[in-house]
Design a protein around this ligand. Sequence first.
Ligand code: PGA
Length: 240
Amino acid sequence: MKLLIGRSDKDFAEIGAQYIAKFIRGNPQSLLCLAAGDTPLGMYKRLVELQHQGEVDLNSVYYVGLDEWVGIGYETKGSCMQVMMDGFYGPAQIRPENMRVFNGLAENMEEECAQVEQWVADHGGIGMTLLGIGMNGHVGFNEPYTDPQKSIVLHDLDNVTEQVGKKYFDGKSCPTQGVTIGIRLLSGAKQVCLVASGAKKAPILRKSLMEDPTVAVPASLMQLHEQLTVIMDQEAFRAL
Ligand code: PGA
């Protein structure tokens, strides 16, 4: 496990952007699975700047969405799709044919899951995934006690996720189900990067990295990955 610590927000974003850019340069044509959420947004912004500076071609790889709230889509502020379109895919000018994200409004969610799984298989599996850590230890919408053998999972959301999730929806209640790339596919990635920032994430980061891996804390299962990098800021690092 490799730990990288950002000394400021800018440094945290820089480390993350450089990590992603390096992976892309070394693995063109590969499939990336990048988390939505607040934590990595600065990294994506910096990554787009690196593209403008000619240091990386973000269209040389493919993308799969990590997760989505079930019952909402791009039109809803707070959806993972909108967060990623505004925060990354749009500014990076990612070609639509280079990405496949979950449609939370799909009429047949089983079929949607099967199509996303096929997209991952068609691209040789996930090359690199960058994951935030939920306050309950979730990664994507792999909630506590998720089945780690599943490739794609449709989950009823944990109470913590529903409470914390309000921040994406202007304080209003959020959907009660989520769909996500499962632990099986995430663990099969060539490289896994966990990102965490802020004092509020310190306790769950400690559990995820320093206690035995357990399905009760899905992020802790990533300890088992041989190519795990964890990028954190000083506040999150403090509890380690
Ligand atoms: P955050 O979300 O980056 O907004 O803290 C992380 C998560 O809940 O997965």
